[in-house]
Design a protein around this ligand. Structure first.
Ligand code: AMP
Length: 190
């Protein structure tokens, strides 16, 4: 089983690239943001707890997303691997993932990182807000806090995975097709 992490700041195009990658490589797309939005739409107690944090641009507690990921690993069958999108987002989550995988005699196959500068993050998120209508894409204060949270809590994962020699980066500033070609070229190496 392959365990890929699609890494990058909010608005880098992870979800967009993920949809073609899952088809091409027979992977299960696991987006913790998507799973949380489903919980919110269903009005579950977890969703209610997560909503105020998501709307403020804060992260939900590590245990919540770790449990979600564990559960998906156990229930999804008939794929060649998983494509994690938006997880891990903290060093604690990355360590938890390593433990979950070690218990299965597995490890992270590779981290594919799509990088864009902060100014483009805002532009991309505003563009997406008009199309997808996500509440956390609509407010400037939420977007700014998501960028701050990314730099403070998620960016340290780059050196975490560089040390594990699992980290590959592509420039995410080009067209969707251009970025897709670069991502596929990396994926074809594994
Ligand atoms: P995303 O769809 O990946 O942009 O995630 C939307 C929001 O869901 C984030 O801004 C966080 O509030 C929350 N979220 C998603 N994934 C995680 C995670 N791995 N850890 C903590 N919070 C998360």
């Amino acid at each position: 089983m392959k365990y890929y992490i699609l890494f990058g700041p909010p608005g880098a195009g992870k979800g967009t690239q993920a949809s073609s990658m899952v088809e091409k490589y027979n992977l299960c797309h696991l987006s913790t943001g998507e799973l949380l939005r489903k919980e919110i739409a269903a009005g579950s107690s977890l969703g209610i707890k997560a909503k105020s944090l998501i709307d403020a641009g804060e992260l939900v507690p590590d245990e919540i997303v770790e449990d979600m990921i564990k559960n998906e690993f156990e229930t999804v069958k008939d794929v060649d691997g998983f494509l994690l999108d938006g997880f891990p987002r903290t060093i604690a989550q990355a360590e938890a993932l390593d433990k979950i995988l070690a218990a299965k005699n597995e490890k992270v196959t590779s981290v594919i990182s799509i990088m864009i500068p902060d100014e483009l993050i805002k532009e991309r998120i505003k563009h997406r807000a008009a199309i997808e209508g996500r509440a956390d894409d609509a407010k400037d204060s939420t977007i700014n806090n998501r960028i701050k949270t990314y730099h403070e809590k998620t960016e340290p994962l780059i050196s975490f995975y560089k040390k594990a020699q699992a980290y590959k980066e592509v420039d995410g500033t080009g067209s969707i097709e251009g970025v897709r070609e670069k991502v596929n070229a990396l994926m074809d190496k594994f």
